[in-house]
Design a protein around this ligand. Structure first.
Ligand code: C5P
Length: 281
């Protein structure tokens, strides 16, 4: 028998970074993270060995994949082999700042805990998740949350639980490396034509401190952000995480669809686009 799990993507509605590097090599952050209705699917099946299969040719299925790293982290606590055949179906683009790999890793920890009947509690799963990556703890319970520390201290925000918005995502064919984006924080310049400032939607304050270093290296992302901001019905336009995905919150789902169609015309057919909802109810 196999069991199916879904791993939702996230966007950062806000991403603030303190410029000073911590002793452990990370930056202190303050994030507003919200789930999307875009998700990967993982199927778990008991097996004699652990294997990972993936439908996307660009995704490695060796030990470097966060799903297998999550299995190994789980096995360290379990003290035995997990022995699962895992089939990963990707919808979330890679190198996008949408948390695809982290979401898959968190679901793997939750799934193994259920499939193997280990009953590790939230604290133990959090410890395993934080060892895998700063964003992974959020995905153990992907509800709209504030994340602090290096991103691993997650505080759900019940006061925002009822908030939702139509969204359109744009992602060019290239991805952005997260460590490179953080490393460039101190030495990057601003483009005069790009608005990096605070945007307000309902009671939310949207800003992303990684836009400055990432747009310095990939000026096309700054141009795309400003193009998005000018489209009809767009309430706010920003980069998610360290990019390369950009998102726009729109007033209606139809406006999100219209922006996605116009984006293919303006930026080429190879652009990934997605229309859906942030914080789906
Ligand atoms: O934790 P994660 O593996 O996702 O982080 C990838 C890299 O991003 C880190 O090695 C670090 O260079 C950078 N990072 C950071 N500060 C954070 C999160 C990530 O400098 N809060």
């Amino acid at each position: 028998m196999s069991t199916l799990y879904t791993a939702p993507a996230k966007i950062n509605l806000s991403l603030r970074v303190r410029n000073k590097l911590r002793e452990d090599g990370y930056h202190e952050v303050d994030l507003l993270m919200a789930p999307l209705d875009l998700h990967d699917t993982l199927e778990f099946h008991n097996s004699r060995t652990t294997t990972l299969l993936c439908d996307s040719p660009g995704i490695p299925t060796d030990e470097s994949n966060l799903v297998l790293r999550a299995v190994r982290e789980f096995e360290k606590h379990y003290g035995r082999k997990a022995k699962q055949r895992i089939t990963l179906t990707k919808q979330i683009p890679h190198g996008a700042g949408l948390g695809g790999g982290s979401a898959d890793a968190a679901v793997t920890l939750r799934a193994l805990n259920e499939q193997l009947g280990t009953q590790y509690d939230g604290e133990e799963l959090l410890e395993m998740a934080a060892a895998l990556g700063s964003d992974v703890p959020f995905f153990l319970n992907p509800v709209i949350s504030r994340c602090t520390g290096r991103g691993e201290i997650v505080t759900p925000l019940p006061e925002l639980a009822g908030w939702s918005s139509p969204v359109v995502l744009l992602k060019p064919a290239f991805g952005v490396s997260t460590p490179t984006a953080y490393k460039a924080l101190t030495c990057s310049r601003r483009h005069r034509t790009v608005n990096y400032g605070v945007q307000r939607v309902d009671d939310l304050t949207l800003i992303n401190d990684l836009e400055r270093p990432v747009f310095a290296k990939f000026p096309v992302l700054g141009l795309m952000k400003m193009w998005l901001a000018e489209q009809e019905g767009v309430r706010a336009a920003m980069m998610s995480g360290s990019g390369s995905a950009l998102f726009a919150l729109t007033e209606t789902p139809e406006q999100a669809q219209a922006v996605a169609s116009a984006a293919h015309e303006a930026w080429g057919a190879s652009l990934f686009t997605y229309c859906g909802r942030v914080n789906p109810q």
